[in-house]
Design a protein around this ligand. Sequence first.
Ligand code: T3D
Length: 264
Amino acid sequence: MPYETIQYSVQDGYAQLTLNRPKALNSFNEQMHGEVAEAVDAAIGDSRIRALLLTGAGRGFCAGQDLNDRNVAPDAPAVDLGHTLGTLYNPLVRKLRTMNKPVVCAVNGVAAGAGANLALACDIVMAARSARFIQAFCKIGLLPDSGGTWVLPRLVGSARASALALLGEPVNAEQAVAIGMIYKAIDDDALLGEARKLCAHFATQPTAGLAAIKRALLQSLDNSLDAQLDFERDTQRQLGRSADYREGVAAFVQKREPKFTGEL
Ligand code: T3D
């Protein structure tokens, strides 16, 4: 069945997933959660796909949870937000962080609430100069979720993380680069082209090596130096047995372009 809340396409060795509820700034309802999860699983499971591009349709990237789905009438029973995080948002964040292919996020406009932290769960975050990142949770009595309280202090330091989370003020793309929150700010009309170029590049690279880099960087956030050195040793041993490593070295020595299989 075709998707209704996202667009999903595969080209040049990568998949593009576009959040597509522009009238609600691509905020998440349950249907979109289901479709995003299915598309991400498809990208993970297809060996011809070697990178994932995540972006949004219209003027926003994603405004987090669709608040119209939260009945706040005084006599209505409270929605169990722990359940929605546990079953919908958290599995998505885990998938993006741990999938064995690079994930590029092209933040085309405002990224608020879980939308901001979903972007920050991606490996390379590029944003249009007009984009804004807003930890909007504090304005509705919630805490940053979808990994926000974990990733923010690690990216921008605890002083800035506290201010961003407690004030919920917008951070524009250039400020986000300056404080180390994202990789690059790009002119609005060039954003998608740059992101696609990057994904097409990743699709020609040694995918197992890139996956190992993702794993190592993630583990480093909790590991001691000793544990990390052991991890590097063990992982490098495996990578050193791969066809793509042989090809990379052979191409270097023979002064030609490598042809990586991307085998995982
Ligand atoms: O609930 C759970 O399961 C727990 C998980 C929670 C995760 C979360 O993400 S909680 C945080 C939810 N998100 C927000 O609090 C952000 C709410 N939105 C805003 O603060 C602003 O819309 C923005 C700062 C993102 C953008 O502002 P602006 O002025 O550029 O646009 P706007 O006019 O406010 O919004 C445009 C339209 O999008 C508007 O609809 P309309 O009036 O044109 O029909 C607005 O209602 C709609 N929209 C924006 N955000 C949401 C939304 N509709 C539903 N849910 C939204 N989150």
